[in-house]
Design a protein around this ligand. Sequence first.
Ligand SMILES: CC(C)(COP(=O)(O)OP(=O)(O)OC[C@H]1O[C@@H](n2cnc3c(N)ncnc32)[C@H](O[C@H]2O[C@H](COP(=O)(O)OP(=O)(O)OP(=O)(O)O)[C@@H](O)[C@H]2O)[C@@H]1O)[C@@H](O)C(=O)NCCC(=O)NCCS
Ligand SMILES: Nc1ncnc2[nH]cnc12
Length: 291
Amino acid sequence: MHAFNLQPKKLSLTEHLADMAVDALIDEADLSPKPALVDRRGNGAHTDLHLGLMHASALSLWPAFREMAEAALDCGEIGLPLREALGRIGREGEASMLATTGGVNTHRGAIWALGLLVAATALEPESSAASAVALRAARLALLNDRYAPQPLSHGAQVAQRYGVRGAREEAQLAFPAVTGLGLPQLKRSRAAGAGEQNARLDALLAIMTTLADTCVLYRAGEPGLQAMQQGAKAVLDAGGSASLGGRRQLHALDQQLIALNASPGGAADLLAACLFLDRIERGDGLFPGVC
Ligand SMILES: CC(C)(COP(=O)(O)OP(=O)(O)OC[C@H]1O[C@@H](n2cnc3c(N)ncnc32)[C@H](O[C@H]2O[C@H](COP(=O)(O)OP(=O)(O)OP(=O)(O)O)[C@@H](O)[C@H]2O)[C@@H]1O)[C@@H](O)C(=O)NCCC(=O)NCCS
Ligand SMILES: Nc1ncnc2[nH]cnc12
């Protein structure tokens, strides 16, 4: 008798999409050195988060992502039934995240972004260009979930105060920070031979150059947001993460954001969305072995 069954398991499409979403979250968490975020080096600007918690949180979301993909297959089209199913599953996913982390908000924005993208991919897996998937996700995000509670979230508070667009609008606009900035930078840095980790850091920085990250605004106000956007631009202008000049700027940005308590958690979520879309677009194992 064998202790392990070493036969590769055939994954269903929905299982495969859940794997890809969780992989994207784990890759984002592990990527180092990220400015003021949790990574392999430490906790950045956070006192209540650490890498183990980010991993546990990511893994706890696997059933929710699979269920969102299943809901998309069941509904078969963009409409209110699917939007409201996603809202319900997303809220249940948030509850299991909070149960796993002891009440710490690790991935609220990521559940939203990746949940929409997973469902949008499952609806039409053969239409896998990042912009097409993001557009389907946007059409879902534009629908009004009648059962969504309307709490005065941190994002809603700063959106009102500073007149910025938050996570909801980013999705409704088809993720411009991802498809217009993060993904193109990822590809440019790869093509320039930066190496995969540096290319991913550059993608994160490209997202940070313009994003109205409501986590940063809530924690550090407009000075924090300006420091994030200008500092990220300075790294890219200096040659990016693969260059010595860029690394010096990245180190300075890390120190500055930590001093301001300005954690770009929204940008980190969008990097995970970017890594997910990159894999979908490249067709990384989406169909082979999938039943
Ligand atoms: C539509 C929702 C996303 C709710 O959005 P809203 O803005 O109203 O709510 P927030 O609670 O503020 O959550 C938004 C999270 O999105 C991330 N984010 C921030 N800015 C942007 C942006 N411009 N674009 C995209 N994403 C953005 C961010 O998430 C990350 O940061 C979190 C950690 O932050 P931190 O400051 O440490 O923690 P807090 O607890 O907030 O504060 P402290 O006390 O610790 O200081 C971490 O979660 C990251 O993921 C924002 O936090 C959506 O959530 C919603 O409506 N959900 C309902 C269910 C649903 O419909 N689901 C659909 C499933 S597909
Ligand atoms: N690596 C990270 N650090 C802090 N907050 C985050 N939210 C999503 N990813 C994060």
